[in-house]
Ligand binder design. Structure first.
Ligand code: HEM
Length: 468
């Protein structure tokens, strides 16, 4: 019986809020405890999700590449999750049209309302769906279901044909001529931020530059007036962390509030642009809205994706680059020749990328090496592991800003979902490194590098430095 057919006289009544919180909390704790137990027993996929192994996932990736080689290209784990870890296998999955980001029938893979009905765990991971019950829907009045509502990731959560239509509408925002305009903004903003950075005391590189720089650029791209940087940074942290799944009841509530706030902000912006259109991306999309090639929900989700994708990742890029330059002893090379900035950014994307992994779901049975990925089964695509694959990157654990990458890294993914903001991110990273090296040549780590609590996104939450 589907939800639509449920008899209201026998259907369970919605849970009160406190009980929903308790149930959700219990589920999260049970799920994390199960994963931790597997990690302690040495399961490499479980280790990617848990401390202390998550802090340095690269040895685990090496093991997964070895497991995958022994297992015909596909690594398996007791979590039920399958993974591809070599450059070749990651590229093959990303480019293969038999894989998508949704299930074969178009349902969302992690819809907890499905899980609720089929009595499974909220976190099935990317691999346990072979036996999924195909039920859909859920009770929107149930506070637990509302808290677990999957985040609408716009393009990232869509397959063709909706993906193709929406991507076409978003593409003009990233045209090369616009990039030059954003470069001017990036330079001016970086200059202002560095003017304000202390020259005689330690400071946090994330708060001083790595976070506000991309927030300013993306705000210009979306023409968001009077941007409230700390508020945006907080939204980004909450939504970015959710890429790993909901961590706690508190996180679930924060996420629910952040997505509601973001939706309200963009719904309001759409109305203002409709009344007074400009040159910005929202005004262009409002046009598509009026021509009915886009719905209001799609527009709001796309704007939200641009905002989140546009700064969380770039913040990590700047932080990881400065850290790697110092750890490898190449910071002084950059100071001597700021022209190395582009190479340093490219090498950071290979060596320690801001987005470590993504996932795809098979739309039919697909043979990968000697193994078969069954229809509707998920595969983790370990983008960061591909960057350390010795088959394509010689001496892969060495950071070298002068490295010639003959095979492109996968930090921006590949295939249909290749990052729309890749050129923008590279430009912002280059401007940040160039100007840091010129303006603060004595910049060095001082104090703590506090990593994010995350598996998908990798970078500093705080990065103590000084420049005197
Ligand atoms: C260093 C910075 C960045 C990194 C590492 C990065 C990485 C990625 C990756 C890995 C994906 C694809 C995920 C998948 O295949 O499932 C992606 C998609 C996307 N990125 Fe980025 N990104 C960065 C910066 C940006 C910026 C600055 C923007 C925009 C302002 C942006 C906008 C997007 C959009 C819209 C998509 C969705 C594309 C699609 O699904 O068709 N990204 N990004």
């Amino acid at each position: 019986m589907t939800t639509d057919q449920a008899d209201p006289r026998t259907a369970p009544s919605p849970l009160p809020r406190w009980r929903a919180d308790l149930r959700l909390g219990t589920r999260i704790v049970a799920m994390r405890a199960g994963g931790l137990a597997l990690a302690l027993r040495g399961d490499p996929v479980a280790r990617l999700m848990h401390r202390p192994w998550r802090l340095d996932p690269y040895p685990t990736y090496a093991r997964l590449r070895a497991d995958a080689a022994a297992g015909g290209g596909l690594a398996r784990s007791r979590t039920g999750i399958r993974a591809v870890a070599t450059h070749e296998a990651c590229t093959a999955v990303l480019r293969d049209r038999r894989f998508g980001v949704r299930l074969a029938d178009g349902r969302m893979p992690f819809d907890p309302r499905d899980t609720e009905r089929s009595g499974e765990h909220a976190d099935r991971g990317a691999g346990a769906s072979e036996t999924d019950d195909a039920s859909t829907g859920g009770d929107p009045t149930d506070p637990e279901a509302a808290l677990l509502e999957p985040i609408d990731l716009s393009l990232l959560g869509l397959d063709a044909p909706d993906h193709t239509r929406l991507r076409r509408l978003a593409q003009p925002t990233f045209a090369p001529r616009r990039l030059e305009q954003y470069r001017e903004t990036a330079r001016a903003v970086t200059g202002r931020l560095l003017d304000a950075a202390p020259t005689d005391a330690p400071f946090d590189l994330v708060a001083a530059l790595a976070a506000p720089l991309p927030i300013s650029v993306i705000s210009e791209l979306l023409a968001i007036p009077d941007v409230d940087t700390p508020r945006f940074a907080a939204w980004g942290r909450v939504v970015g962390a959710a890429l790993d799944g909901v961590r706690s009841v508190r996180h679930a509530h924060a996420l629910s509030r952040a997505t509601a706030d973001l939706r309200a902000l963009f719904a309001d912006l759409v109305e203002r642009r409709r009344a007074d259109p400009g040159e910005d991306v929202i005004s262009q999309l409002v046009h598509a809205l009026d021509e009915e090639t886009l719905t209001l929900d799609e527009l709001v989700s796309l704007a939200q994706l641009l905002l989140i994708a546009g700064f969380e990742t770039t913040t990590n890029l700047v932080g990881n680059a400065v850290r790697a330059l110092h750890a490898s002893g190449t910071w002084d090379d950059l100071v001597a020749d700021a022209g190395l900035a582009a190479g340093a950014i490219e090498e950071t994307l290979r060596f320690d990328p801001p987005v470590q992994l993504t996932a795809r779901f098979a739309h039919e049975d697909v043979a990968l090496g000697e193994r078969t990925v069954r229809r509707d089964t998920g595969v983790l695509v370990l983008l960061a592991s591909a960057g350390r694959d010795p088959a394509v990157h010689p001496d892969p654990d060495r950071f070298d800003p002068r490295r010639e990458q003959t095979v492109a890294h996968l930090a921006f993914s590949g295939g249909a979902h290749y990052c729309l903001g890749a050129a923008l991110a590279r430009m912002e990273g280059e401007v940040a490194l160039e100007m840091l090296a010129q303006r603060l040549p004595r910049l060095r780590p001082a104090g703590r590098f506090v990593p994010r609590v995350a598996t998908v996104l990798r970078g500093p939450r705080r990065f103590g430095v000084r420049a005197d």
